[in-house]
Design a protein around this ligand. Structure first.
Ligand SMILES: *Cc1c(COP(=O)(O)O)cnc(C)c1O
Length: 406
C-alpha cells in the first residue's frame, strides 16, 4: 500500500497555510502599488500593510506602534539586532551568546570576533541543553553591549529562561536580544510584560511565506539600520516593502494565535507518543534536550552507532521527512554543534534525528514513523562496523569515534 508522505521537518520550514497564500495573491497583481506612492494604488497597499502589522503585534503582545521592523527573515533580524547594538552601546564591545545558537548568530559573532570588532563570550550548556547560568553571570560586565540568546533551540526544542536572562543583562547595562524564530507561533509570547529589548522571528517557521521576518525592538531601543537607502520602516530598514509577504505574515500570525492554545497540547501529545513508541521499539536510543522545558513540537532522538544521514535517506525512501541536526549543517560529516555542546557522545550525536511537528500533522503520521523506523535502524545497524564493535567503543574513548561513511 502506498502511504501519503509524512512531513516532520517543521523546524526547518513549514508549509505556507492556504489561507495565507490566498491573503497574499491580490498583492502580486491587482494591488501591486508601492505603499510609499502618493496615489490610490499605494494607499490601498498601505492600508493592508498597517493591518498586517497589527496582526503581528497582536501575536507578540507588542503594545506600541513602530516596534516591528520587517526584514528578509530571521537571519537578517538576528544580524540587525547584534550589529545595531555594537553601534548604539558606546564604550561597550562585548557580545554574550550561547554555544547552541543558530548559525545566523554564531557565524556572525565568529566573524565579528575574527575581525576584531567585538569580544565574544560563548556560554556553554549542560547535558539537557540548559544554559550555564554561573558562566553567564560571570561573563556579564560593564563592557557587554548585547546578549543574544535564543528563546527555544531549533534542534532539541529546549526553552531558555529568557526573562531571567534579560533581567541579568539589564543589571549590567546590556541590551538583551532573543532569536525567537522557533518560539513565535508555538508558545505564548507577551512583549508587553517582558524585559526583552529585541526579538527575531521568521515567517516560514509559522506557516507564513519565506523571505519575510521581523525584528521586534521595544519602544525606546535605539536602532541602527543594517540596510541603508530609502526611508521605509521609518529609516530602519530600507527597500520597498515586500507587501505580499508582510500581508502573508500578518495572516500567519492571526492563524497562529487562533490555533495556539489547542495545538500546544495536541502537538505535544503526538510528540510524546512518537518518543515513547520509538524508545519502546528501538534499543540503544534516547531523547535529547530538556524534557521539562521544551517546545511542544520538537523531538530529538539519538540512535546509537549509526549515521543520521543514512537514517534520513532510508526514511526518505519510505516517504518520511525529518532532519539530522540542523538543516544548515547537513551534508557535512560533523555532528550537530548543539548536541556536541551538550556533550552527547559522537556515537549518538551522529545518529540523532529531529522530528518536528506542526498543526498539519496527526496520529497517522506518528503511526507511520513507528511502523518504518525499527526496520530502518535494524538494517543500518547490521551494516555498521560501529554497532558490531559497540562494546569496545563504549569501554574506550568515544571522543575518537568519527564515522567515515562516504
Ligand atoms: C530558521 C531559523 C533562523 C533563520 O531564519 P530565516 O528566516 O530562514 O533566515 C534563525 N534562527 C533559528 C532558531 C531558526 O530556526
Amino acid at each position: 500500500m502506498e502511504h501519503a508522505p509524512v512531513y516532520l521537518d517543521n523546524n526547518a520550514t513549514t508549509r505556507c497555510d492556504p489561507a495565507v497564500v490566498e491573503a497574499m495573491i491580490p498583492y502580486f497583481s491587482e494591488q501591486f502599488g508601492n505603499a510609499s506612492s502618493m496615489h490610490a494604488f499605494g494607499a490601498e497597499v498601505g492600508g493592508a500593510l498597517a493591518k498586517a502589522r497589527k496582526q503581528l503585534q497582536a501575536l507578540l503582545g507588542a503594545e506600541f506602534d513602530h516596534e516591528i521592523v520587517y526584514t528578509s527573515g530571521g537571519t537578517e533580524a538576528d544580524n540587525m539586532a547584534i550589529m545595531s547594538a555594537l553601534e548604539t552601546q558606546t564604550g561597550r564591545d562585548e557580545i554574550i551568546t550561547s554555544a547552541v545558537e543558530h548559525p545566523a548568530v554564531l557565524s556572525l559573532v565568529g566573524h565579528l570576533e575574527k575581525t576584531g570588532r567585538a569580544k565574544v563570550h560563548i556560554i556553554g550548556v549542560d547535558a539537557k541543553g540548559r544554559l550555564d547560568m554561573e558562566a553567564y553571570r560571570k561573563a556579564l560586565g560593564p563592557k557587554t553591549a548585547i546578549v543574544s540568546i535564543m528563546w527555544a533551540n531549533n534542534e532539541t526544542g529546549t526553552i531558555f529562561p529568557v526573562e531571567q536572562l534579560a533581567q541579568l543583562a539589564h543589571q549590567a547595562g546590556a541590551l538583551f536580544h532573543t532569536d525567537a524564530v522557533q518560539a513565535v507561533g508555538k508558545i505564548p509570547i507577551n512583549m508587553a510584560t517582558s524585559e526583552i529589548d529585541m526579538l527575531s522571528l521568521s515567517g516560514h517557521k509559522l506557516h507564513g511565506p519565506k523571505g519575510i521576518g521581523a525584528l521586534y525592538a521595544r519602544k525606546g531601543t535605539r536602532l541602527r539600520p543594517l540596510i541603508r537607502g530609502g526611508h521605509q520602516e521609518r529609516g530602519r530598514r530600507a527597500g520597498t516593502e515586500n507587501a505580499p509577504a508582510i500581508i502573508g505574515l500578518g495572516k500567519a500570525a492571526e492563524l497562529a494565535m487562533e490555533h495556539m492554545a489547542d495545538e500546544q497540547t495536541r502537538v505535544a501529545g503526538l510528540r510524546d507518543r512518537l518518543e515513547k513508541g520509538l524508545l519502546q521499539r528501538i534499543g540503544n536510543s534516547f531523547v535529547t534536550g530538556d524534557p521539562d522545558n521544551r517546545l511542544p513540537n520538537t523531538a530529538n532522538v539519538a540512535f546509537e552507532y549509526i549515521e543520521g544521514e543514512a537514517i534520513l535517506l532510508f526514511m526518505n525512501r519510505e516517504g518520511v521527512a525529518a532532519s539530522s541536526g540542523s538543516a544548515c549543517t547537513s551534508g557535512s560529516l560533523e555532528p550537530s554543534h548543539v548536541l556536541r555542546a551538550m556533550n552527547v557522545p559522537y556515537t549518538a550525536a551522529h545518529g540523532a534525528i529531529r522530528f518536528s511537528f506542526s498543526r498539519e500533522n496527526d496520529e497517522s503520521d506518528v503511526d507511520r514513523v513507528l511502523e518504518v523506523m525499527p526496520q530502518i535502524i535494524d538494517r543500518l545497524r547490521e551494516m555498521s562496523p560501529f554497532w558490531r564493535e559497540r562494546d569496545k567503543i563504549a569501554a574506550g574513548d568515544e571522543a575518537g569515534f568519527k564515522p567515515t561513511y562516504a
